[in-house]
Structures are given as C-alpha cells and as structure tokens.
Write a protein that binds this ligand. Sequence first.
Ligand code: DQA
Length: 155
Amino acid sequence: MAEATNSSGTIVLLSGPNLNLLGTREPGIYGTATLDDHVALARSTAEAHGFELTHAQHNHEGALVEAVHAARGVSVGIVINPGAFTHYAWALHDALAAYEPPVVELHLSNPATRESFRHLSVVAPVASGTIAGFGGAGYRLAVEALVSLLEAEGA
Ligand code: DQA
C-alpha cells in the first residue's frame, strides 16, 4: 500500500541546455548561483506550500520532450526554463501543449531586452505565464505563480 502523504502533489521543474553550467556560465548575465542553488530555492518554495518538487536538466531537446511526457498524469504542473530551446524548439512546444496542467515559463534574464533571436518564445503560447528577468528569485516567483494558479483552480 502506498504511504499516506500530506503533499498536494508534485511540481516538475525542468531545465534546458547549458543551465548545468550556471555559476560559471556568463555570470554577468546569469549570476553566480548554481543550478543546484536555484533548484533548492524552488523546492523549498514548493514545500512551504505543501507540494513536492522534482527536477531534471537536459541538454538534448528529445530528452526534455520525454521529461514532459513523463510528467503527464503524475504531476500538478511544470515550471520550465527551456534555455535556448525557448526560441525554436517546436517539439517541446507540442509536448507542453499535450500536457494538461498549468505550465510556467521561467528565465533568469529578460530575453525581451536581449538579442532579437531571443524575442520569440515558442513556449509562451503553451504556458499560463512567464517569469523573466528577476535572476534567481525567479525560481521562487515561478513556483509561487504556479501554486497560485493551482489554488485558484481549487487543487
Ligand atoms: C535563458 C534565456 C535564453 O535566451 C538562453 O538561451 C538561456 C537562458 C534564461 O534563463 O535567461 O539559456 O533561458
């Protein structure tokens, strides 16, 4: 028999390519905190609201697509920083479109203020909303945004 749990459900945090390098990758843009630091903040935020949080980072688009598939039916929502896949990964768009619970798109930087190739997000049309430009605090804000959507739904 499954163990009883007080959790309201599992939030899946997904990280795209090059985010494994956070801490040393272009610190002037992305800061010096590591991905582990960001995941810890996202997890403590989720837990403070009674949710569990799992995380996966992939440098390959197909692996991220499979992670979205694996989240179907077993999670209450996705927070995703798709990295550069944000701007062209239509297979990721389609995977998220087929995922029913809410999706929050997350970026450390604000792509709208950067190079023009970053101005298009193929994830935005299948996300409930986007948190961008708040650095590491975005991991807390994105989880809080997802929780508020879930609470509004009466989850
Ligand atoms: C990013 C923004 C993307 O344009 C970029 O390719 C990244 C990181 C961000 O978190 O600011 O890899 O998603």
